[in-house]
Design a protein around this ligand. Structure first.
Ligand code: ZN
Length: 138
């Protein structure tokens, strides 16, 4: 069995963003040489997400509006978590959008459903953060 591990780094200048990281995960898959197996992709920070959905700008806008309704950033005083920090909303948004995804690898390719793409969701940007890519298979 082959095993491959790589960290992808991000430094998003804005507080929130959605970034399609499918090309980077594809590159990891090529580097790994795995033809049949699984890839796990997870955010290594508790204010960022990795999720799968459509790469469609209207949908990404809808996420932003929906998440701000669920967990508005301001007023920051509404959250008990915000003592020295102001990112309670980012923790909540990450919880909703998820920590990780697992994708099957079939015949050397990411075995996606229709329109599926992998995204990094940033909810408290302005600093360096990591995403783990772990691939196992043969
Ligand atoms: Zn926090």
């Amino acid at each position: 069995m082959r095993s491959f591990r790589k960290e992808l780094w991000f430094n998003v200048p804005t507080r929130r963003a959605f970034i399609n990281i499918t090309p980077q995960v594809d590159e990891c898959l090529r580097e790994s040489g795995v033809r049949e197996g699984f890839v796990l992709v997870n955010a290594m920070h508790i204010t960022a997400s990795v999720f799968i959905n459509d790469d469609e700008s209207g949908l990404h806008h809808d996420y932003e509006v929906w998440l701000e309704k669920l967990a508005p950033h301001e007023p920051v005083s509404q959250y008990r978590h915000n003592g020295y920090e102001d990112n309670a909303d980012a923790h909540l948004k990450r919880q909703v959008m998820g920590r990780e995804v697992v994708v099957a690898i079939t015949d050397g390719r990411l075995d996606f459903g229709t329109w599926e793409q992998i995204f990094y969701g940033e909810f408290d940007g302005g600093r360096k953060k990591r995403v783990l890519v772990k691939i196992i298979g043969e």
